[in-house]
Design a binder for this molecule. Structure first.
Ligand code: ZN
Length: 571
């Protein structure tokens, strides 16, 4: 790792045609970026810089707000009838393109007659660098596949967390800062800047949007009819080829490309749950840094243009989206790409072949950059939910599970803290199965393929327990966090793991006599034991297993074992 700072910080270049362009191969450090925004904030009306919270390492996280002078608070921006574009840079500081593109954007919007009009109906909020602690780990090596810049930061933050997997569990102080700020400013479009990995091709930009099948229909219409066509035209007119963000089905694009389903842990998935359109710019890793920064800059401008040209339509789409979210009856979750639904995608790539690896002696793929191709490739981008969950009347969360309550509070979910004891009729779920990752994932042994049994019971809410009523725009978010079968639920992330451990046991020689008495009093239990012995010869020879069978069906067995403590209130 090199410790010297680049001699030149990124230079904003204006050529004689007043076209705004980035040049060079150096990306601004966090300190340089903040200093530049500070200078803009001091010298220009309509520009301000503030601290919105802190990184896990204690560094401040800044927000730069740009508007045409109608005020720089969320209230004044809304009072002026404006929408908000939010841009988060440096969530992965090894992919710094947006840090430099946003500096260029801020300068262009403030200084250029050509672009100033783009702020007439829209304010822009820019997080200069979000993962500050990662950005401080300057190096030239951690992005082995990436063409520049000469130095950049590291992906993990001070706790080695990937912040773009943290939007639900919110382990990082960075995440709690950002979620809180997003709730304060409530942007209409959330834009996050990245650099892609993956196959080689001739597009400088891959565009990732909130998966349309998961998005509210009103927002989807705006995204499909207003936003994406404008982005595509704008980029084409300026010579920046753009394709959808994809994952390869096998090795090369010709074997098929798949869209990406952005679950709630990702920024775009999370923002969709708050009725915001989410966009990720994924500049292609093998294009030169300056070309990537310029493409990112233009995509930001295109997004701003689309928003600014249809302000009322966007505002109405969000209002309708919030209303329909609060009327939700059944919630679709656990989305996957439907690989049976195959379309054709026009594709500008390179021919590829296999040769023998000099490293392994085995076959390896290579792209032949001297042989550009223009073909159609199989494209799978329909998403389908694997889970439908009925919305309850509300959820009762015992106060003991305060991490969960704190997470919902962070999103300002409406909730009642019980001032007196209250009895509810509720569905109570018991965890019947789950599979776990073998190695820790983002700080947790994540559970998946979770199954539950449900029974209706009477539950008592104590003073201080929390009742979360449904019927609000946050319902989808609440269900993703509280329904244990959802892939990013707090149960899946391991926040309820304590219920998976049995706390009390029996001593065989003592329980023998109790078990005999139980069987004598309960012919059904005795019959169940005999039938299990008939069914399973190994069980018939296993005394401990048989005693356990009786114990688990006896009043001595602890009721809390695998009983999910958050109840689905139905009356
Ligand atoms: Zn990234």
């Amino acid at each position: 790792m090199r410790t010297t700072l680049p001699i030149l910080c990124s230079i904003l270049a204006i050529n004689t045609n007043a076209q705004w362009r980035f040049e060079g191969d150096s990306s601004a450090t966090w300190e340089q970026a903040v200093a530049r925004y500070e200078a803009l904030a001091h010298s220009r009306p309509g520009a301000s810089l503030r601290v919105i919270g802190h990184d896990d390492d204690g560094s401040p996280i800044h927000l730069f707000v740009l508007d045409d002078g109608s005020g720089a608070s969320p209230d004044s921006i809304r009072a002026a009838g404006k929408n908000i574009l939010w841009i988060t840079n440096g969530i992965h500081p090894g992919e710094p393109d947006g840090i430099d593109a946003s500096l260029l954007l801020a300068q262009a919007l403030l200084d250029s007659d050509q672009y100033m009009g783009l702020l007439s109906h829209t304010a822009v909020c820019i997080v200069p660098v979000y993962n500050v602690s990662g950005a401080k780990v300057r190096n030239s090596t951690s992005r082995v596949n990436q063409m520049g810049p000469v130095e950049y930061g590291f992906r993990g933050n001070a706790r080695n967390l990937n912040l773009n997997r943290d939007f639900i569990k919110a382990d990082a102080r960075n995440t709690r800062t950002l979620v809180s700020a997003l709730n304060t400013w409530d942007p209409d479009v959330y834009f996050e800047t990245h650099v892609s990995n993956g196959a080689d091709h001739r597009y400088v930009m891959e565009l990732l949007v909130t998966h349309p099948d998961k998005l509210d229909t009103n927002l989807r219409r705006f995204m499909h009819q207003r936003l994406m066509p404008r982005q595509q035209d704008w980029m084409e007119q300026r010579g920046h080829a753009m394709c959808p963000y994809f994952e390869t089905r096998e090795d090369i694009p010709e074997q098929g490309l798949m869209g990406f389903v952005d679950g709630p842990r990702y920024s775009t998935g999370y923002n969709a749950l708050r009725q915001r359109i989410g966009i990720l710019s994924e500049a292609h890793m093998l294009k030169p840094f300056a070309e990537r920064v310029n493409a990112t800059f233009q995509l930001l401008l295109a997004t701003l243009a689309a928003m600014n040209e249809h302000p009322k339509e966007l505002a109405e789409a969000r209002t309708k989206a919030r209303a329909s979210a609060s009327e939700l009856v059944r919630y679709p979750a656990d989305w996957v790409i439907d690989t049976a639904s195959v379309q054709r995608l026009p594709w500008k790539g390179y021919a590829a072949d296999t040769t023998t690896s000099a490293v392994t002696g085995l076959p390896r793929w290579r792209y032949l950059r001297n042989l550009p191709t223009e073909v159609e490739v199989p494209w799978m981008n329909s998403a389908v939910p694997r889970l439908w969950i009925e919305r309850p009347v509300g959820y009762l969360i015992p106060q003991a599970w305060h991490e969960t309550i704190d997470r919902l509070r962070l999103d300002r979910v409406p909730m009642d803290v019980l001032a007196k004891e209250r009895t509810f009729v509720a569905e109570v779920q018991r965890i019947t199965g789950h599979r776990d990752v073998k190695r820790p994932y983002e700080g947790h042994y994540l559970h998946r393929d979770i199954t539950t049994d449900t029974e209706v019971d009477t539950v008592v809410g104590r003073v201080g327990d929390v009742f979360v009523p449904m019927g609000h725009a946050t319902d989808a978010l609440v269900m993703e966090i509280l329904e244990p079968r959802c892939g990013d639920s707090f149960f899946a992330w391991g926040f309820f793991d304590a219920i998976l451990q049995q706390k009390e046991w029996f001593s065989d020689y003592v329980f023998e006599d109790i078990a005999a008495e139980l069987l004598a009093k309960d012919p059904d239990l005795a019959a169940a034991l005999r039938s299990e012995c008939d069914r399973d010869p190994a069980f018939a020879k296993d005394a401990k297993a048989q005693l356990t069978f009786v114990y688990q069906r006896s009043p001595y067995f602890e009721a809390s074992y695998k009983r999910y403590p958050v109840a689905r209130v139905i009356q």
